[in-house]
Design a protein around this ligand. Structure first.
Ligand code: HEC
Length: 180
C-alpha cells in the first residue's frame, strides 16, 4: 500500500532537471529520460518536444534513455546526461551526488501552466512573448514566481511558490523566457 502510494506520487511529480551546463557553444546536449515506458512510446512523446525546444532555443538536444531503471541510475550517477527528466526520488539522490539541479517541478507549475496552451495561467510561450526584449524581465518574473502576482494577464492571481530559492526562481524565469 505504502509503496504503491509512494510510486504514484513519484510518477505524478516528475522533475525536469538540468546539470551544470552552459548554452554558449554549439555542442549537442543529451537529454536523458527515465525509462518508465517502452522506448518506442517514450520516443514518440519526447522527440517532438525536444525537436521543438531545439528549434526554438538553438540548443540541440538529443533524446537518450536507458534499457532499465538501474542502468538509468548508473548513468545519472556518472553525470552522463546533460539534462534529464527524472522522478523526485532520483532527484533527491542524484542532485547531491552528480550535481543535477531541478528546473521545473511539473506538479507545482504544471497544474496551471503548459508550454504552449493556456490553462489556469498563461502558457509559457505567451509569457515569453509578452516580455521578449524587456530588460529585467527575468528578475521581475523570478519575483512573481517566488511571491505570486496578478494583473499581468488577467484577474486570476498566481500564488506564491512556497520554499523556492531565489536561484531556482531565476532559473525557472530564464527557462520560461527562452520558450518563445
Ligand atoms: C494555482 C495556479 C498557478 C500555479 C500553481 C502557478 N501559476 Fe504561474 N500564473 C498563474 C496565473 C493565474 C498567472 C497570471 C497572473 C497575472 O495575470 O498576473 C500566472 C503567471 C505566471 C507568470 C507571469 C507573471 C507576470 O507577472 O507576468 C510566470 C512567469 C509564472 N506564472 C510562472 C509560474 C511558475 C514557474 C510556477 C511554478 C513554480 C507557477 N507559475 C505556478 C497561475 C499559477
Amino acid at each position: 500500500m505504502f509503496i504503491m502510494k509512494k510510486l504514484n506520487i513519484l510518477i505524478l511529480a516528475m522533475l525536469m532537471v538540468f546539470t551544470r551546463l552552459s548554452f554558449a557553444s554549439e555542442k549537442i546536449y543529451t537529454f536523458g529520460v527515465v525509462p518508465q515506458q517502452a522506448a518506442s512510446e517514450m520516443a514518440e512523446t519526447w522527440l517532438p518536444f525536444l525537436a521543438w525546444v531545439s528549434a526554438k532555443s538553438g540548443v540541440t538536444l538529443r533524446f537518450v534513455t536507458a534499457p532499465d531503471i538501474p542502468a538509468f541510475e548508473a548513468r545519472l550517477a556518472k553525470g552522463e546526461y546533460d539534462l534529464a527528466y527524472m522522478n523526485p526520488y532520483h532527484y533527491t539522490v542524484f542532485h547531491k551526488k552528480s550535481g543535477y539541479e531541478a528546473l521545473a517541478k511539473e506538479k507545482k507549475c504544471g497544474t496551471c501552466h503548459a508550454v504552449d496552451k493556456t490553462k489556469v495561467g498563461p502558457s509559457y510561450k505567451n509569457i515569453a512573448a509578452k516580455y521578449a526584449g524587456q530588460a529585467g524581465a527575468a528578475d521581475k518574473l523570478a519575483g512573481v514566481i517566488a511571491k505570486g502576482g496578478s494583473g499581468s494577464f488577467g484577474s486570476t492571481p498566481m500564488p506564491p511558490t512556497a520554499g523556492i530559492s531565489d536561484a531556482d526562481a531565476k532559473k525557472l524565469a530564464a527557462w520560461i523566457l527562452a520558450t518563445k
